[in-house]
Design a protein around this ligand. Structure first.
Ligand code: LLP
Length: 448
């Protein structure tokens, strides 16, 4: 977006602010969030889905999946761009409410919501609670009855479609904790999804809004969304046959993939919206049912590319690596002042990132480098493999791109490292959204 690029002297500018200024004012490591970029992506998803689904005669709501990154300001930005907010815990719900997102525009997820979380959601009048088991259906009904309210619920189902990376697979039986399967345990039996939907309909304290499906994350191919939508729409038609009720809503979840590395291709919201909209229209025509209202829950696609992490280089160390059968080679280990506590994704998923020296230009040739953190284990890797200028040295500022999603939200205090601040940049100015933790913050929790 505008306001981002390199200065003449080689320094990176984000949201109109020079990274050297950001480092001087806020310190490193720091999560830097480009507000304009976040807003642009939120708007792009909303307008693409509204246009494509509108063209086939279906309404659509976009929920920002707060698990990717939720702060009070971020929740406000989402709302200002016409998005609703999806939460997955009482804590995320509290952030959305603090941001004055109306309860009706909030959804609550989770496979093991506590009574307290459900009560809080009911008291806030959330627009939907996505239920995940029969036990939970009873629990929500009981708590709604206690309050004399009717809880709006969606049932989360598993379609057997799994997607992520570059392909999708379909399996009949799933060995994972989320959702209720559309596939019966034995031939001829009722599916767990159908059982749950009928259970909701039996409870006067529950209003069945619709069916929810989430197939995976970092998906690049729209086929998986189409396949899952087909299964959900068929279940919806089956339920109508069984119960006489054609539910109003279908949520297709999140998972829209982004570019992490320079050559990566992101999922194009216009393309996925068009493909999915056309496919759901065709399926509903086949089934002879009206189109439901749709919703989606992108998280990563909205906030991931809008964030970068700014680090300062501490030590640089060449390490000679012997390779099987090949010649020995040298890898330059570049240590930064954060690591797996601010970005667990490389260690947890083997996730790939891109890093650049951003405080200056360099005419040195590139060397094969590995960016590592300051934690006490060798798996503390920030970027497995990247070309960096051979003169990379202590005090250099290093930026890792596309860390906006699941960076801060999955951060820890491993080795008693205070978590970095979230700093927003916009139109040449920076503002702290979440301040840096201090050792006193951490020691304050330790009662001795
Ligand atoms: N909706 C539901 C029900 C979800 O479970 C998720 C993600 C989303 C929406 C948002 O997915 P997104 O659009 O952000 O892909 N920690 C992992 C990702 C876990 C995602 C879990 N659910 C990572 O860092 O890649």
């Amino acid at each position: 977006p505008s306001g981002t690029g390199r200065q003449k002297d080689g320094a990176l500018v984000v949201g109109g602010v020079d990274v050297r200024e950001l480092a001087a004012e806020h310190g490193t490591p720091a999560y830097v969030l480009d507000e304009a970029d976040f807003r642009l992506r939120a708007r792009a998803y909303r307008t693409a889905f509204e246009a494509a689904f509108g063209a086939v005669g279906a309404g659509v709501d976009v929920y920002y999946a707060g698990k990717a990154l939720l702060t009070v300001a971020v929740a406000r930005w989402a709302r200002e761009e016409g998005l609703r907010v999806d939460t997955a815990s009482g804590g995320e719900l509290a952030v959305a409410l603090r941001a004055e997102v109306p309860g009706a525009e909030i959804g609550l997820h989770g496979n093991n919501k506590s009574d307290a979380e459900i009560e809080r959601a009911l008291d806030a009048g959330v627009g939907r609670i996505i239920v995940d088991s029969l036990v939970e259906i009873e629990r929500v009904a009981r708590l709604a009855a206690d309050r004399g309210v009717v809880a709006p619920v969606m049932v989360r189902v598993t379609t057997g479609v799994h997607a992520g990376g570059h392909e999708y697979i379909a399996t009949a039986h799933e060995d994972q904790k989320f959702g209720l399967s559309v596939n019966p345990a034995n031939e001829g039996a009722e599916s767990p999804a159908m059982t749950a939907l009928l259970a909701v309909l039996k409870r006067p304290e529950l209003k069945l809004l619709g069916i929810h499906s989430h197939i995976g994350s970092q998906i690049i191919d729209p086929d998986g969304f189409e396949a899952a939508a087909r299964v959900v729409l068929r279940l919806r038609a089956d339920l109508a046959e069984r119960s006489g009720l054609l539910v109003d809503e279908v949520d297709l979840g999140g998972g829209y993939g982004i570019a992490y590395l320079p050559g990566d291709v992101a999922l194009d919201p216009e393309r996925v919206a068009k493909d999915v909209a056309q496919s759901v229209r065709a399926v509903c025509q086949e089934l002879g049912t009206d189109l439901p209202r749709f919703s989606i829950e992108p998280g990563r696609a909205i906030v991931g590319p809008a964030g970068l992490t700014l680090y300062t280089v501490g030590t640089v160390k060449p390490v000679t690596v012997s390779s099987d059968g090949g010649a020995d080679f040298t890898r330059t280990y570049v240590s930064v002042d954060g690591g797996m506590s601010d970005n667990i994704r490389p260690a947890l998923y083997g996730a790939a990132y891109h890093a650049e020296v951003v405080g200056r230009s360099s005419s040195a040739e590139n060397v094969l480098a590995r960016v590592v953190g300051k934690h006490c284990e060798s798996g503390d890797i920030v970027v497995h493999e990247v070309q960096l200028p051979a003169d990379v040295r202590a005090s250099d500022l290093l930026a890792v791109a596309a860390t906006g999603a699941y960076g801060r939200s999955m951060a820890s205090n491993y080795n008693m490292l205070p978590r970095p601040p979230v700093v927003a940049v916009f139109d040449g100015a920076s503002r702290v959204l979440v301040r840096r933790e201090t050792e006193d913050d951490l020691l304050g929790l330790d009662l001795g």
